[in-house]
Design a protein around this ligand. Structure first.
Ligand code: ZN
Length: 396
Protein backbone atom coordinates (compact mmCIF):
# COMPACT_ATOMS: atom_id res chain seq x y z
CA UNK A 1 0.00 0.00 0.00
CA UNK A 2 1.45 3.39 -1.00
CA UNK A 3 1.71 6.13 1.58
CA UNK A 4 0.18 9.53 0.91
CA UNK A 5 2.83 12.16 0.10
CA UNK A 6 4.18 13.96 3.19
CA UNK A 7 2.91 17.45 3.79
CA UNK A 8 5.55 20.10 3.13
CA UNK A 9 7.12 22.18 4.48
CA UNK A 10 7.50 20.65 7.93
CA UNK A 11 8.52 22.70 10.88
CA UNK A 12 10.81 21.85 13.77
CA UNK A 13 11.83 18.23 14.24
CA UNK A 14 9.11 17.03 11.90
CA UNK A 15 11.13 18.17 8.90
CA UNK A 16 13.97 15.87 9.87
CA UNK A 17 11.68 13.06 10.90
CA UNK A 18 11.82 10.05 8.62
CA UNK A 19 9.56 6.99 8.58
CA UNK A 20 12.66 4.86 9.32
CA UNK A 21 13.00 6.63 12.66
CA UNK A 22 9.42 5.71 13.50
CA UNK A 23 10.15 2.09 12.69
CA UNK A 24 13.17 2.15 14.95
CA UNK A 25 11.08 3.61 17.77
CA UNK A 26 8.51 0.80 17.47
CA UNK A 27 11.11 -1.92 17.12
CA UNK A 28 13.02 -0.51 20.04
CA UNK A 29 9.89 -0.66 22.15
CA UNK A 30 9.36 -4.32 21.29
CA UNK A 31 12.94 -5.28 22.09
CA UNK A 32 13.19 -3.40 25.35
CA UNK A 33 9.76 -4.69 26.33
CA UNK A 34 10.88 -8.25 25.80
CA UNK A 35 14.14 -7.89 27.71
CA UNK A 36 12.61 -6.04 30.61
CA UNK A 37 9.50 -8.18 30.92
CA UNK A 38 10.52 -9.74 34.26
CA UNK A 39 11.23 -6.30 35.69
CA UNK A 40 7.87 -5.09 34.42
CA UNK A 41 6.07 -7.92 36.11
CA UNK A 42 7.91 -7.05 39.31
CA UNK A 43 7.01 -3.40 38.93
CA UNK A 44 3.46 -4.41 38.28
CA UNK A 45 3.23 -6.38 41.49
CA UNK A 46 4.67 -3.40 43.34
CA UNK A 47 1.54 -1.53 42.31
CA UNK A 48 3.26 1.80 42.15
CA UNK A 49 0.99 3.10 39.49
CA UNK A 50 -1.64 5.75 39.24
CA UNK A 51 -5.05 5.06 37.76
CA UNK A 52 -5.97 7.80 35.31
CA UNK A 53 -9.24 6.55 33.82
CA UNK A 54 -11.26 3.48 32.96
CA UNK A 55 -12.19 2.26 29.47
CA UNK A 56 -14.60 -0.69 28.96
CA UNK A 57 -14.26 -1.20 32.71
CA UNK A 58 -10.48 -1.63 32.35
CA UNK A 59 -8.41 0.70 34.52
CA UNK A 60 -5.64 2.48 32.58
CA UNK A 61 -2.73 3.09 34.92
CA UNK A 62 0.49 5.07 34.65
CA UNK A 63 3.48 3.50 36.33
CA UNK A 64 5.50 5.85 38.51
CA UNK A 65 8.59 5.34 36.30
CA UNK A 66 6.55 6.33 33.25
CA UNK A 67 5.40 9.56 34.90
CA UNK A 68 9.00 10.28 35.82
CA UNK A 69 10.20 9.69 32.25
CA UNK A 70 7.51 11.90 30.73
CA UNK A 71 8.30 14.65 33.21
CA UNK A 72 11.99 14.54 32.24
CA UNK A 73 11.13 14.53 28.52
CA UNK A 74 8.88 17.58 28.87
CA UNK A 75 11.41 19.46 31.02
CA UNK A 76 14.15 18.78 28.42
CA UNK A 77 11.74 19.81 25.64
CA UNK A 78 10.71 23.09 27.28
CA UNK A 79 14.26 24.05 28.28
CA UNK A 80 15.62 23.02 24.85
CA UNK A 81 18.53 21.09 26.39
CA UNK A 82 18.87 18.42 23.70
CA UNK A 83 18.68 19.56 20.07
CA UNK A 84 15.79 17.88 18.28
CA UNK A 85 13.88 17.05 21.44
CA UNK A 86 11.45 19.93 21.28
CA UNK A 87 7.86 20.18 22.44
CA UNK A 88 6.56 18.66 19.20
CA UNK A 89 8.82 15.64 19.66
CA UNK A 90 7.58 15.30 23.25
CA UNK A 91 4.01 15.39 21.95
CA UNK A 92 4.82 12.68 19.40
CA UNK A 93 6.38 10.51 22.10
CA UNK A 94 3.22 10.98 24.16
CA UNK A 95 1.19 9.99 21.10
CA UNK A 96 3.33 6.85 20.72
CA UNK A 97 2.24 5.80 24.20
CA UNK A 98 -1.36 6.67 23.41
CA UNK A 99 -1.04 4.36 20.39
CA UNK A 100 0.31 1.59 22.58
CA UNK A 101 -2.60 1.92 25.01
CA UNK A 102 -5.14 1.88 22.18
CA UNK A 103 -3.46 -1.22 20.70
CA UNK A 104 -3.62 -3.02 24.06
CA UNK A 105 -7.23 -1.90 24.49
CA UNK A 106 -8.01 -3.56 21.16
CA UNK A 107 -6.75 -6.91 22.47
CA UNK A 108 -8.38 -6.42 25.86
CA UNK A 109 -11.79 -5.43 24.49
CA UNK A 110 -12.10 -8.58 22.40
CA UNK A 111 -10.59 -10.77 25.13
CA UNK A 112 -13.16 -9.40 27.57
CA UNK A 113 -15.97 -10.43 25.25
CA UNK A 114 -14.69 -14.02 25.50
CA UNK A 115 -14.87 -13.81 29.26
CA UNK A 116 -11.17 -13.16 29.90
CA UNK A 117 -10.81 -11.04 33.00
CA UNK A 118 -8.60 -7.98 32.45
CA UNK A 119 -7.18 -6.42 35.59
CA UNK A 120 -5.58 -3.34 34.08
CA UNK A 121 -3.42 -1.83 31.37
CA UNK A 122 -0.28 -0.30 32.85
CA UNK A 123 1.85 2.18 30.92
CA UNK A 124 5.57 1.81 31.49
CA UNK A 125 8.49 3.69 29.92
CA UNK A 126 8.90 0.92 27.38
CA UNK A 127 5.31 0.25 26.44
CA UNK A 128 1.99 -1.00 27.71
CA UNK A 129 1.26 -4.18 29.58
CA UNK A 130 -2.24 -5.57 29.86
CA UNK A 131 -2.47 -7.89 32.78
CA UNK A 132 -5.10 -10.42 31.86
CA UNK A 133 -5.95 -13.96 32.74
CA UNK A 134 -4.79 -16.70 30.44
CA UNK A 135 -5.93 -16.21 26.86
CA UNK A 136 -8.24 -19.02 25.72
CA UNK A 137 -6.55 -21.71 23.66
CA UNK A 138 -9.58 -21.76 21.36
CA UNK A 139 -8.04 -20.93 17.95
CA UNK A 140 -10.95 -18.77 16.75
CA UNK A 141 -10.98 -16.67 19.90
CA UNK A 142 -7.20 -16.36 20.04
CA UNK A 143 -7.17 -15.26 16.40
CA UNK A 144 -9.68 -12.47 17.02
CA UNK A 145 -7.92 -11.30 20.20
CA UNK A 146 -4.53 -11.21 18.43
CA UNK A 147 -5.83 -9.42 15.35
CA UNK A 148 -7.74 -6.80 17.35
CA UNK A 149 -4.61 -4.87 18.41
CA UNK A 150 -3.18 -4.26 14.93
CA UNK A 151 -6.70 -3.77 13.52
CA UNK A 152 -7.25 -0.83 15.86
CA UNK A 153 -3.94 0.68 14.70
CA UNK A 154 -4.95 0.33 11.04
CA UNK A 155 -8.34 1.90 11.71
CA UNK A 156 -6.71 4.89 13.42
CA UNK A 157 -4.18 5.22 10.59
CA UNK A 158 -6.97 5.23 7.99
CA UNK A 159 -8.99 7.81 9.93
CA UNK A 160 -5.91 10.01 10.42
CA UNK A 161 -4.99 9.95 6.75
CA UNK A 162 -8.59 10.72 5.79
CA UNK A 163 -8.61 13.75 8.10
CA UNK A 164 -5.29 15.03 6.72
CA UNK A 165 -6.43 14.58 3.11
CA UNK A 166 -9.82 16.18 3.62
CA UNK A 167 -8.96 18.97 6.04
CA UNK A 168 -5.14 19.21 5.94
CA UNK A 169 -5.10 22.49 4.02
CA UNK A 170 -7.39 24.18 6.57
CA UNK A 171 -5.16 23.26 9.55
CA UNK A 172 -1.96 24.75 10.92
CA UNK A 173 0.99 22.84 9.44
CA UNK A 174 2.14 21.47 12.80
CA UNK A 175 -1.28 20.01 13.53
CA UNK A 176 -1.64 18.30 10.16
CA UNK A 177 1.94 17.00 10.32
CA UNK A 178 1.33 15.58 13.77
CA UNK A 179 -1.84 13.82 12.63
CA UNK A 180 0.01 12.53 9.57
CA UNK A 181 2.85 11.07 11.63
CA UNK A 182 0.49 9.73 14.26
CA UNK A 183 -1.27 7.84 11.45
CA UNK A 184 2.05 6.60 10.09
CA UNK A 185 3.07 5.50 13.56
CA UNK A 186 -0.12 3.43 13.84
CA UNK A 187 0.40 1.91 10.40
CA UNK A 188 3.97 0.84 11.23
CA UNK A 189 3.08 -0.42 14.70
CA UNK A 190 0.15 -2.44 13.35
CA UNK A 191 2.21 -3.95 10.52
CA UNK A 192 5.20 -4.75 12.73
CA UNK A 193 3.00 -6.55 15.23
CA UNK A 194 1.60 -8.71 12.44
CA UNK A 195 4.99 -10.30 11.70
CA UNK A 196 4.27 -14.04 11.90
CA UNK A 197 6.61 -14.63 14.84
CA UNK A 198 6.17 -14.87 18.60
CA UNK A 199 6.12 -12.71 20.68
CA UNK A 200 4.46 -10.56 18.02
CA UNK A 201 0.67 -10.74 17.52
CA UNK A 202 1.27 -12.23 14.06
CA UNK A 203 2.74 -15.34 15.71
CA UNK A 204 -0.55 -15.89 17.51
CA UNK A 205 -2.53 -15.30 14.33
CA UNK A 206 -0.45 -17.92 12.52
CA UNK A 207 -0.79 -20.43 15.37
CA UNK A 208 -4.56 -19.91 15.49
CA UNK A 209 -4.74 -20.55 11.74
CA UNK A 210 -2.62 -23.72 12.00
CA UNK A 211 -4.47 -24.96 15.10
CA UNK A 212 -7.59 -25.28 12.94
CA UNK A 213 -5.74 -27.98 10.99
CA UNK A 214 -3.69 -29.80 13.65
CA UNK A 215 -3.15 -30.14 17.40
CA UNK A 216 -2.40 -27.04 19.46
CA UNK A 217 1.13 -28.21 20.36
CA UNK A 218 1.95 -29.08 16.76
CA UNK A 219 0.53 -25.71 15.59
CA UNK A 220 2.66 -23.89 18.15
CA UNK A 221 5.73 -25.87 17.12
CA UNK A 222 5.17 -25.01 13.46
CA UNK A 223 4.42 -21.33 14.16
CA UNK A 224 7.53 -21.17 16.35
CA UNK A 225 9.61 -22.72 13.55
CA UNK A 226 8.33 -20.12 11.08
CA UNK A 227 9.16 -17.41 13.62
CA UNK A 228 12.67 -18.76 14.13
CA UNK A 229 13.33 -18.97 10.40
CA UNK A 230 12.10 -15.41 9.99
CA UNK A 231 14.40 -14.41 12.84
CA UNK A 232 17.40 -16.03 11.15
CA UNK A 233 16.62 -14.31 7.83
CA UNK A 234 16.26 -10.99 9.68
CA UNK A 235 19.61 -11.44 11.40
CA UNK A 236 21.36 -12.30 8.12
CA UNK A 237 19.81 -9.29 6.37
CA UNK A 238 20.80 -7.25 9.42
CA UNK A 239 24.48 -8.13 8.98
CA UNK A 240 24.44 -6.33 5.64
CA UNK A 241 21.93 -3.54 6.23
CA UNK A 242 21.00 -2.72 9.78
CA UNK A 243 22.46 -3.92 13.04
CA UNK A 244 19.05 -3.40 14.65
CA UNK A 245 17.64 -6.29 12.66
CA UNK A 246 20.19 -8.67 14.22
CA UNK A 247 18.93 -7.76 17.67
CA UNK A 248 15.29 -8.14 16.66
CA UNK A 249 16.16 -11.49 15.09
CA UNK A 250 17.69 -12.74 18.34
CA UNK A 251 14.70 -11.68 20.41
CA UNK A 252 12.17 -13.12 18.00
CA UNK A 253 14.10 -16.40 18.02
CA UNK A 254 14.06 -16.49 21.80
CA UNK A 255 10.39 -15.50 21.95
CA UNK A 256 9.42 -18.29 19.54
CA UNK A 257 11.38 -20.89 21.48
CA UNK A 258 9.92 -19.75 24.80
CA UNK A 259 6.34 -19.83 23.52
CA UNK A 260 6.78 -23.34 22.14
CA UNK A 261 8.34 -24.62 25.34
CA UNK A 262 5.64 -23.16 27.56
CA UNK A 263 2.85 -24.65 25.41
CA UNK A 264 4.62 -28.02 25.31
CA UNK A 265 5.02 -28.02 29.09
CA UNK A 266 1.41 -27.02 29.74
CA UNK A 267 0.21 -29.75 27.37
CA UNK A 268 2.43 -32.44 28.87
CA UNK A 269 1.38 -31.50 32.39
CA UNK A 270 -2.33 -31.39 31.63
CA UNK A 271 -4.20 -33.31 34.32
CA UNK A 272 -1.06 -34.08 36.36
CA UNK A 273 -1.63 -33.14 40.01
CA UNK A 274 0.86 -32.16 42.68
CA UNK A 275 0.03 -35.33 44.66
CA UNK A 276 1.07 -37.44 41.64
CA UNK A 277 4.69 -36.34 41.69
CA UNK A 278 5.37 -34.80 45.12
CA UNK A 279 7.85 -36.29 47.58
CA UNK A 280 5.77 -37.63 50.47
CA UNK A 281 8.34 -38.52 53.10
CA UNK A 282 9.66 -35.11 53.92
CA UNK A 283 12.54 -34.64 56.30
CA UNK A 284 11.69 -31.61 58.42
CA UNK A 285 13.63 -29.43 60.84
CA UNK A 286 12.71 -28.10 64.27
CA UNK A 287 12.93 -24.33 64.73
CA UNK A 288 15.63 -24.90 67.36
CA UNK A 289 17.93 -26.95 65.07
CA UNK A 290 21.23 -25.18 64.49
CA UNK A 291 22.45 -23.82 61.18
CA UNK A 292 25.59 -25.97 61.42
CA UNK A 293 23.57 -29.17 61.81
CA UNK A 294 21.37 -28.20 58.89
CA UNK A 295 24.41 -27.66 56.67
CA UNK A 296 25.70 -31.13 57.60
CA UNK A 297 22.30 -32.60 56.78
CA UNK A 298 22.24 -30.90 53.38
CA UNK A 299 25.73 -32.23 52.69
CA UNK A 300 24.69 -35.80 53.62
CA UNK A 301 21.31 -35.93 51.90
CA UNK A 302 22.03 -33.55 49.01
CA UNK A 303 18.68 -31.80 49.46
CA UNK A 304 18.93 -28.05 49.24
CA UNK A 305 15.83 -27.09 51.22
CA UNK A 306 13.93 -28.28 54.30
CA UNK A 307 10.60 -27.23 55.80
CA UNK A 308 10.66 -26.16 59.44
CA UNK A 309 7.69 -27.43 61.49
CA UNK A 310 6.51 -27.48 65.08
CA UNK A 311 5.75 -31.18 64.59
CA UNK A 312 2.63 -30.61 62.50
CA UNK A 313 2.14 -27.11 61.20
CA UNK A 314 4.71 -25.59 58.84
CA UNK A 315 6.52 -22.51 60.18
CA UNK A 316 8.98 -21.77 57.41
CA UNK A 317 11.48 -23.15 54.97
CA UNK A 318 15.30 -23.14 55.07
CA UNK A 319 17.29 -23.38 51.86
CA UNK A 320 21.02 -23.65 51.20
CA UNK A 321 20.77 -20.13 49.79
CA UNK A 322 19.51 -18.81 53.17
CA UNK A 323 22.31 -20.53 55.09
CA UNK A 324 25.26 -20.04 52.78
CA UNK A 325 25.38 -16.31 53.48
CA UNK A 326 25.62 -16.79 57.27
CA UNK A 327 29.08 -16.00 58.72
CA UNK A 328 31.02 -18.85 60.37
CA UNK A 329 30.56 -17.54 63.93
CA UNK A 330 26.77 -17.75 63.62
CA UNK A 331 26.65 -21.44 62.75
CA UNK A 332 25.32 -22.21 66.26
CA UNK A 333 22.24 -19.99 65.82
CA UNK A 334 18.91 -21.74 65.32
CA UNK A 335 17.36 -22.07 61.87
CA UNK A 336 14.26 -20.06 62.78
CA UNK A 337 16.43 -16.92 62.65
CA UNK A 338 17.23 -17.43 58.96
CA UNK A 339 14.25 -19.36 57.59
CA UNK A 340 11.83 -17.86 55.08
CA UNK A 341 8.51 -17.28 56.83
CA UNK A 342 6.59 -15.85 53.87
CA UNK A 343 5.69 -19.20 52.38
CA UNK A 344 4.36 -19.96 48.95
CA UNK A 345 2.36 -23.19 49.31
CA UNK A 346 0.58 -25.67 47.13
CA UNK A 347 -2.14 -28.28 47.70
CA UNK A 348 -2.10 -31.99 46.78
CA UNK A 349 -4.99 -31.43 44.34
CA UNK A 350 -3.44 -28.47 42.51
CA UNK A 351 -2.35 -28.85 38.88
CA UNK A 352 1.43 -29.26 38.58
CA UNK A 353 1.41 -26.59 35.87
CA UNK A 354 -0.03 -24.09 38.38
CA UNK A 355 2.60 -25.12 40.95
CA UNK A 356 5.31 -24.62 38.30
CA UNK A 357 3.99 -21.14 37.59
CA UNK A 358 4.28 -20.33 41.31
CA UNK A 359 7.88 -21.64 41.37
CA UNK A 360 8.80 -19.49 38.38
CA UNK A 361 6.92 -16.41 39.50
CA UNK A 362 8.60 -16.34 42.91
CA UNK A 363 11.96 -17.62 41.67
CA UNK A 364 12.04 -20.46 44.20
CA UNK A 365 13.12 -24.09 43.99
CA UNK A 366 10.45 -25.93 46.01
CA UNK A 367 6.94 -25.64 47.37
CA UNK A 368 5.69 -27.28 50.57
CA UNK A 369 2.46 -29.22 49.93
CA UNK A 370 -0.11 -28.51 52.63
CA UNK A 371 -3.44 -30.20 53.29
CA UNK A 372 -5.64 -28.86 56.10
CA UNK A 373 -2.71 -26.88 57.54
CA UNK A 374 -0.66 -30.05 57.69
CA UNK A 375 2.54 -30.61 55.72
CA UNK A 376 1.97 -33.67 53.52
CA UNK A 377 4.82 -33.38 51.01
CA UNK A 378 7.16 -31.20 49.02
CA UNK A 379 7.44 -30.55 45.30
CA UNK A 380 10.64 -29.20 43.74
CA UNK A 381 11.55 -27.83 40.34
CA UNK A 382 13.69 -30.96 39.86
CA UNK A 383 10.59 -33.14 40.46
CA UNK A 384 8.73 -31.24 37.75
CA UNK A 385 11.67 -31.38 35.30
CA UNK A 386 12.08 -35.14 35.75
CA UNK A 387 8.35 -35.74 35.29
CA UNK A 388 8.43 -33.66 32.13
CA UNK A 389 11.30 -35.71 30.73
CA UNK A 390 9.37 -38.93 31.36
CA UNK A 391 6.09 -37.55 29.97
CA UNK A 392 7.91 -36.31 26.87
CA UNK A 393 9.39 -39.79 26.33
CA UNK A 394 5.92 -41.32 26.68
CA UNK A 395 4.56 -38.88 24.09
CA UNK A 396 7.24 -39.56 21.45
ZN1 ZN B 1 -0.45 -6.65 20.30
Amino acid sequence: MGLPPPIKPFTGFLSSFKPENLQIMCIFREIVFYVLKPILIMGETMRQSLKIFTVFGIPIELHISFLFLMLIIYIIAFLNIIPGLNVLMAVLITLLFVTVVIHELGHSYVAQRYGVNIKSIVLLPIGGVSSMEEIPSDPGQEFRIAVAGPAVNFAIAAAGYAVVFALGSFMPKDVSSTIYYFSLLNLVLGAFNLLPAFPMDGGRVLRAYLAGKMSYVRATELAATVGKQLAIVMAIVGIFFNIFLILIGIFIYMGAEQEYRSILISTLLEGVLVQDIMTRKVKTLKPTDSIGETLDLMFQEKHMGYPVTDGKEILGIVTFHDISRIPENMKDSSVDSVMTKNLVLTRPGEQVFEALKKLNKHGIGRLPVVDNDELVGIISKTDVTRSLEILNLKLS
